[in-house]
Design a binder for this molecule. Structure first.
Ligand code: UDP
Ligand code: MG
Length: 332
């Protein structure tokens, strides 16, 4: 068999890794993925791996570390993309998916919180054609502050109640998808991206693999509590219009209540006269209504802000530099 016909049946698995200040984690990640790649090709000789490292405006030497590791592990056919600044994990994810050339595409964090060995388990149902996506689901939230777990659980309860798209609690972005699912994800043109929802929205059969949470290999999570709150609000705004309906419902209920109150006051004035009293309660009511109006305005504002983001149509990211360990050859 010549090389060309041998290549015809080969399949490529791209592993997309968003990285922000992951200089210290990358050597460990490359080692771990290399060992997975060896086991994978031993079990399925027709599969070849490529790594897509996206440097999301890191301030450390993430890109130099990537290039060094890529040289040390030529069999991983690493390619890298470096952003002009920090655009956020969602932008890094979409850049990785856009540049991945694989028939199967995995998304994995750089900090080894997502165990790369799971890829060996994840590929099997995809190769057997049982589903289009195999995703990891954390069964414990060990190592996470209790308050963060509490708000996280509350977020999943709320969003699942008000949105048609299913959000799995404990679901990570760590997953392996077929090319057709990746293409569906890439076809969604929205600027404000919330991948957890997008993966659910595109549909396709997904199998879940439960696993225990791992501690970060290095450093600490780059998400502050405020960032998580803002990310959750983006998720709700992107996948549900229920808050707008809630604002209208509150308006209607208050109108009805005030109508009843007016009738009550008029009847009381006719029957018992009109003593001038009750200004403190009046002040409370005015403040309450003022607050409620601002809340509703804020809800409308959140949606308006997202519409503004979409209308501007700015790119998700700006690339400063990119390269690969084997520019001339395709891994296949
Ligand atoms: N990340 C990124 N851009 C950012 C923040 C994070 O690409 O602005 C990457 C980070 O390097 C890691 C992954 O996204 O590979 C998950 O980030 P992190 O571990 O901070 O989040 P957590 O695990 O706490 O959800
Ligand atoms: Mg992490």
């Amino acid at each position: 068999m010549n090389n060309k016909s041998a290549n015809l049946n080969r399949e490529l698995l791209s592993v997309v890794v968003p990285c922000h200040n992951e200089e210290a984690s990358l050597p460990l990640l490359f080692d771990a993925i290399d060992s997975v790649a060896q086991q994978l090709t031993a079990a399925h000789p027709h599969i070849c791996i490529e790594l897509v490292i996206v440097d999301d405006g890191s301030r450390d030497k993430t890109i130099t570390a990537t290039q060094d590791c890529a040289k040390k592990h030529p069999s991983l056919h690493a390619q890298w993309i470096s952003f002009s600044r920090n655009f956020g994990k969602e932008a890094a994810l979409i850049a990785g998916l856009e540049h991945a050339r694989g028939d199967y595409v995995a998304v994995i964090d750089a900090d080894l919180q997502d165990p790369p060995e799971l890829l060996l388990q994840m590929i099997e149902p995809l190769l057997a054609g049982e589903c289009d996506c195999v995703a990891a689901q954390r069964v414990t939230r060990q190592g996470e502050p209790a308050i963060r777990s509490f708000f996280s659980n509350a977020f999943y309860k709320i969003i699942n109640t008000i949105s048609d798209t299913e959000f799995k609690s404990g679901a990570r972005d760590f997953r392996l998808m077929t090319r057709r699912m990746v293409n569906a994800v890439l076809d969604l043109p929205e600027r404000v991206r919330f991948s957890k929802g997008i993966f659910g929205w595109v549909g396709f059969e997904t199998q879940w693999i439960p696993y225990e949470n791992h501690e970060r290999s290095n450093g600490s999570s780059s998400w502050s509590f405020a960032q998580l709150v803002s990310y959750s609000i983006s998720g709700i705004v992107a996948f549900s219009t229920a808050p707008l309906a809630l604002a209208s419902a509150m308006g209607i209920i208050l109108c009805l209540l005030s109508l009843i109150a007016v009738i009550f006051i008029v009847v009381r004035a006719v029957l018992f006269g009109d003593p001038v009293a009750g200004w403190p309660s009046l002040a409370c009511i005015i403040i309450f209504l003022g607050g409620l109006q601002l809340l509703c305005l804020g809800i409308v504002g959140q949606y308006l802000a997202k519409v503004y983001e979409e209308v501007k149509g700015r790119p998700h990211y700006v690339i400063k530099d990119q390269g690969s360990s084997d520019i001339t050859e395709s891994p296949l």
